[in-house]
Design a protein around this ligand. Structure first.
Ligand code: ADP
Ligand code: MG
Length: 346
């Protein structure tokens, strides 16, 4: 299936209010042609509103939305040339799989033979060309989402929007389908926005991830940038696991239990702070901060051990599976010295 070259998308200062409450509070987002961007954030932060505004399903309060450089705020949804997949399976129950996929082309008055050929091509893309005559109730959840994807892509839209498309699926199917979505997106080169509240999912599929909080984008970057250089405690906490440990910050360092760790950003708060330390940046060793092992879990390729410090703080440490700390035993912790984010205490 040949797609048009990717289309850039931009949200400029987009505000969306619902009876005075701001669901979007000045969203700035530039998605490059053919780029795969994930919108990641907790429930209620405005992810769905952002997608629906881009699709034209919501009228924004102010700001502008540009598709291929053209402001589409006044353009109705059906003329924005966008494909969308939702969390809940939204197939028409009275239509076969093939008819579901053909639907968008029927709306566009594409003639029957061509409609059929393109729907079959689109179903082949999601590897379901053998199930065209089935109905939604005869498909698994994963298959239904594949059909929804084929239906969204059949009109060869300029932009693909996916709103938590994997959330209703079980773990194994989620993994398979997210790889599939990534493959199809790469093959087609279609500009894609993928909404999720699952950080692992966002990091796995996206070229860049935009972390949203309270109607705003808190940070946007590659998965590596977000994980290694979170710009705020919120991002450090939301992307990956972090231990929150009390410390004293000054002059580019934070002192945690007598050990000085460099700060990621110079403009971070000073004085009494919480340091966000990754579990893989702490080592269980023979000397350092005294602690007691609470529990240790085997996670296949690594082991995660929870220890309690003298002051009661629980700390999660990630280490090699061959190291097997016993619950109740005394251990010592040391930091690897990787730079950390700090935030206010309390
Ligand atoms: P998310 O998808 O990140 O969970 P939403 O975009 O659905 O968040 O919602 C963002 C905020 O806007 C929430 O506070 C939600 O309650 C509110 N909201 C969403 N849709 C409506 C609506 N139709 N009417 C009133 N408030 C809404
Ligand atoms: Mg939502």
């Amino acid at each position: 299936m040949i797609n048009r070259p990717g289309t850039p998308v931009e949200l400029r200062d987009v505000v969306k209010e619902y009876s005075g409450n701001r669901a979007l509070d000045g969203v700035q987002l530039t998605v490059k042609a053919g780029e795969f961007v994930a919108l990641l954030g907790p429930s209620g932060c405005g992810k769905t509103t952002a997608l629906r505004s881009l699709a034209g399903l919501e009228q924004i309060t102010s700001g502008s939305i540009l598709i291929d450089g053209e402001d589409v705020v006044g353009t109705p949804a059906n003329r924005r040339d966008i494909g969308m997949v939702f969390q809940s399976y939204s197939l028409f129950p009275h239509l076969s799989v093939l008819e579901n996929v053909e639907f968008g082309l029927r709306m566009r008055k594409v003639q029957a033979a061509q409609r059929r050929a393109r729907a079959e091509e689109s179903l082949a893309l999601v590897e379901l060309d053998h199930l065209g005559s089935r109905y939604a109730h005869q498909l698994s959840g994963g298959q239904q989402q594949r059909v929804a994807l084929a239906r969204a892509l059949v009109t060869r839209p300029r932009v693909l929007l996916l709103d938590e498309p994997l959330s209703a699926l079980d773990a194994k199917v989620r993994l398979q389908l997210r790889e599939e979505i990534k493959r199809i997106q790469t093959d087609l080169g279609i500009t894609t926005l993928f909404v999720t509240h699952d950080q692992e999912e966002a990091l796995a599929v996206a070229d860049r991830v935009a972390v949203m909080r309270s109607g705003r984008i808190e940070q946007i970057g590659t998965p590596e940038e977000l994980y290694l250089s979170p710009s705020s405690p919120f991002v450090a906490d939301f992307v990956g696991l972090s231990n929150r440990m009390p410390g004293e910050a000054s002059e580019g360092f934070v002192t945690v239990h007598g050990q000085a760790l460099p700060l990621l950003n110079r403009d971070q708060p000073q004085g009494s702070v919480l340091a966000y330390v990754r579990p893989e940046d702490i080592t269980i060793s023979d000397a350092g901060i005294a602690a007691t092992v609470v529990s240790s879990s085997f996670l296949g390729s690594l082991r995660r051990t929870v220890v309690q410090l003298r002051d009661g703080t629980l700390v999660s440490v990630q280490h090699d599976v061959n190291q097997r700390p016993l619950a109740g035993s005394p251990v010592y912790l040391s930091f690897d010295g990787r730079p950390v984010t700090v935030g206010p205490r309390g």
